[in-house]
Write a protein that binds this ligand. Structure first.
Ligand code: NDP
Ligand code: 2IT
Length: 444
């Protein structure tokens, strides 16, 4: 058995009930055979065995009191996966589906994504099975305070810097930051995605979605001589990443005709009215179906995966893991889609990814194409350390440069290792090599 197959088998044996984590490890290791051949010293130093085991995993009780005075208990966790190239960095997810397998898959992906940004950030992720949906602001605040009461002892501006992810936006980051400051009596950039008045960075809100479109524009241009201009675009999800991906895709001349949430999707042949989506999702926090009240000519279909049946040139999955399967991929290809860019983490399942690569679509893996969020978090950390803030234009232009450089590095690395046009392999190898080399230099 090859060393890589051995490691995958060990991972499955050690934690048999974490399918998402297995999937993330297999997907990265699929690309690493030539790296293992080229670097026998990394094999001997156990780099491949070590990189799949988190440096530290913290699981803790989060008790809080709901509006009726009843005690509720959730589970909180933080996986500090790899600190070879910088402090642990990665978001917090609050969603009922959260368990260690999800947080480990996300933390593992984060190692390579953060490496690709070129900024000094290690990989980490955390979260809770708490569901912010339907909770009052007071309940969310009490939950966040209790969560931070434990998390505070494990994080710090030079140790581990969490941010948002599904279910964690400005409101949650605000409550978490407030509690950290109370506990430690210090004002430091311990979280990113903060509000602008207290150390947040301009563009962080838009960064993942904008970054995805900057990456795709560069990739489509270089690989296929195409662009967003006059293309029909479908964006799944209607959260932070989806909204700003749709905004930038439209600014670049694309027509976004469909978006979704976990219950269903809307199709608007005239182009989605994003201001309406922002009101429904960011302000009212309601279902996307509400869109019909504002735009009666739009069509709503129950079931989030229905969105992949809508004809498009460019598909941007921006909701959640494994939301796009092989059947959906076949439909997209049949309908003439020529580019797929992952805004979410691991939204396309392995069979879908293989089909896109086989059919020659421009396929951008999340760890490269959605890295704009964490990259801008890195820029927020820099501004916090300098006690300074850059203008919107300054941050946006740095983000654009970073995304272009991630594409260049990914594409060149793919070529160098014999995987021409395969950005999946390029991103995996480029992200891995930097971290592996740092781990090797630092010894056991
Ligand atoms: P949000 O919580 O803002 O939005 C999530 C969106 O996805 C909502 O529209 C939600 O619908 C939908 N969704 C969630 N679960 C499902 C599901 N099971 N099926 C279908 N739709 C679902 O999260 P973000 O926009 O921040 O995150 C979206 C994705 O992007 C995640 O994969 C995240 O890890 C990734 N990501 C986020 C970054 C960031 O900076 N925020 C950076 C890089 C990646 P509903 O409202 O019905 O729940
Ligand atoms: O998946 C991700 O990259 C994020 N949720 C953003 C992480 C961050 O630290 O900004």
């Amino acid at each position: 058995m090859s060393i890589l197959a051995q490691v995958i088998s060990d991972v499955k044996k050690r934690d048999p009930h974490e399918p998402e984590f297995h999937q993330a490890v297999e997907e990265v290791f699929e690309s690493l055979e030539p790296v293992a051949k080229l670097h026998p010293e990394w094999v001997d130093a156990g780099i491949f065995n070590r990189i799949v085991e988190p440096e530290r995993q913290i699981i803790f009780r989060v008790p809080w009191v709901d509006d009726k005075g009843k005690v509720q208990v959730n589970r909180g966790m933080r996986v500090q996966f790899n600190s070879a190239i910088g402090p642990y960095k990665g978001g917090l997810r609050f969603h009922p589906s959260v368990y260690p397998g999800i947080i480990k898959f996300l933390g593992f992906e984060q190692i390579f994504k953060n490496s690709l940004t070129g900024l000094p950030m290690g990989g980490g992720k955390g979260g809770s099975d708490f569901d912010p949906k339907g909770k009052s602001d007071g309940e969310v605040m009490r939950f966040c305070q209790s969560f931070m009461l434990e998390l505070a002892r494990h994080i710090g501006a030079d140790t581990d810097v969490p941010a948002g992810d599904i279910g964690v936006g400005k409101r949650e980051i605000g409550y978490l930051f407030g509690m950290y400051k109370k506990i430690k009596n210090e004002f430091t950039g311990v979280l990113t995605g903060k509000g602008l008045p207290y150390g947040g960075s301009l563009v962080r809100t838009q960064a993942t979605g904008y970054g995805l479109c900057y990456f795709m524009e560069e990739a489509m241009n270089t690989l296929k001589n195409k662009s967003f201009k006059d293309s029909t675009v479908v964006v799944s999800g209607s959260g932070n990443v989806a909204i700003y991906a749709a905004e930038k895709a439209s600014q670049l001349g694309g027509k976004v005709v469909a978006m979704s949430d976990s219950k269903g999707c809307i199709y608007d042949s005239e182009g989605i009215d994003l201001e309406t989506i922002k009101i429904i999702k960011e302000v009212e926090k309601k279902r996307i179906q509400e869109y019909l009240k504002y735009r009666p000519k739009a069509v709503y279909t129950e079931g989030s995966s229905e969105i992949w049946n809508i004809k498009c040139d460019i598909a941007l999955p921006c909701a959640t893991q494994n939301e796009l399967d092989e059947n959906a991929a076949k439909t997209l290809v049949k309908n003439g889609c020529f580019a797929v860019g992952e805004g979410a983490n691991m939204p396309c399942n392995p069979k879908a990814v293989h089909l896109f690569l086989k059919k020659g679509l421009v396929f951008a893996p999340g760890k490269a194409s959605n890295a704009g969020g964490v990259a801008t978090s890195g820029l927020e950390m820099s501004q916090n350390s300098m006690r300074y803030s850059w203008t919107f234009e300054e941050v946006d232009s740095k983000l654009k440069e970073i995304m272009k450089e991630i594409f260049r590095n990914t594409n060149e690395t793919a070529k160098k290792y014999g995987f021409e046009n395969n950005l999946v392999a390029g991103a995996n190898i480029a992200g891995f090599v930097k971290v592996a080399s740092a781990m090797y230099s630092q010894g056991l």
